[in-house]
Design a protein around this ligand. Sequence first.
Ligand SMILES: Cc1cc2nc3c(=O)[nH]c(=O)nc-3n(C[C@H](O)[C@H](O)[C@H](O)COP(=O)(O)O)c2cc1C
Length: 189
Amino acid sequence: MFNDLSSLPAYLASRRSGKPRDMIAPGPDSAQLDAILQLAMRTPDHGKLFPWRFVKITDRPAFGALLEQAFVSANPDSRPAQIEAVVAPAFMAPTLVALLYAPQASAKIPAWEQQLSVGAVGMNLLHAAHAHGFVASWITGWASYDPVVRTALCDGEEQISGFFYIGSPGQPLEERPRPDAADIIRSWP
Ligand SMILES: Cc1cc2nc3c(=O)[nH]c(=O)nc-3n(C[C@H](O)[C@H](O)[C@H](O)COP(=O)(O)O)c2cc1C
């Protein structure tokens, strides 16, 4: 069983992302999504800089058009089948939110620590969606690094940390390989 909500340790031991293409309704309603984002914001952040923000992507056809414009601009010779494939994610899952890295000028807190904080928000966003009974997925893909998409979603120095798809699993979740603790954990000295 994945995303077992019977206890916090049970959930953490069984946490699993969904695949956006398999996500179906229901997704979170407006109040649930706001609650999920509020939980995601309860994240470690050295200096209380809040170097992150969310963009709810509500108009999916407009987002699909943005992806198409961005892809064709970078790949002028793209074929219709390629365009169809790159636009498809715009329509996946009931709910789509972009997480932005919003670096703050600080003499004390390095950018690296601000990047760690936005990563923690991303992990927390997955947890928060799962805690509400949904399944979620963190996808960067090409669009997170595309200048046209970045300009549309971001201000100034902001960057796209990823797209978060939230919904209900339309297919059973499957385990993926996990690291062996013996390879990852060591003691010092
Ligand atoms: C920053 C980040 C970006 C990711 N981008 C992609 C992606 O573009 N495509 C993809 O298939 N998986 C991507 N993943 C991996 C999935 O989100 C997911 O973490 C992976 O399938 C492991 O599943 P789990 O969350 O159940 O451990 C990304 C993960 C992270 C942390």
